[in-house]
Design a binder for this molecule. Structure first.
Ligand SMILES: [Zn+2]
Ligand SMILES: [Zn+2]
Length: 103
């Protein structure tokens, strides 16, 4: 691998994406960045202030998802649930579970 120059999708400027960075990204299965570092930081900051009309590519880092999930329905309210394990007893969603133990 060798250093690559990428054109930032946000500001249009080119930035260096070094070979070691490429290795780091590839190792973790990340997609290569489309934006330069300052633009990525700006984006990250603005994401915390809520949706402010930022469009374009979705973030490439996805929230953690269990590899295997089992679909289940709450026995009380019928809500769909996805569980990272298979339950032995009929499942209850957290809402109904709390209700049952409320008093
Ligand atoms: Zn930029
Ligand atoms: Zn329920």
């Amino acid at each position: 691998m060798q250093d690559a120059t990428i054109n930032c999708a946000a500001c249009g400027g080119s930035f260096l994406f070094t070979a070691s960075e490429q290795g780091y990204y590839a190792e973790r299965g990340f997609q290569f960045p489309k934006r330069c570092r300052p633009c990525r930081q700006t984006r990250r900051r603005s994401r915390h202030s809520g949706p402010s009309g930022i469009s374009g590519a979705l973030p490439t880092v996805r929230p953690y998802q269990p590899r295997e999930t089992h679909e289940a329905n709450c026995v009380d309210c019928g809500d769909d649930m996805r569980l990272p394990f298979r339950l032995q007893s009929p499942p209850r969603c957290p809402k109904c579970f709390l209700q049952e133990h409320a008093d």
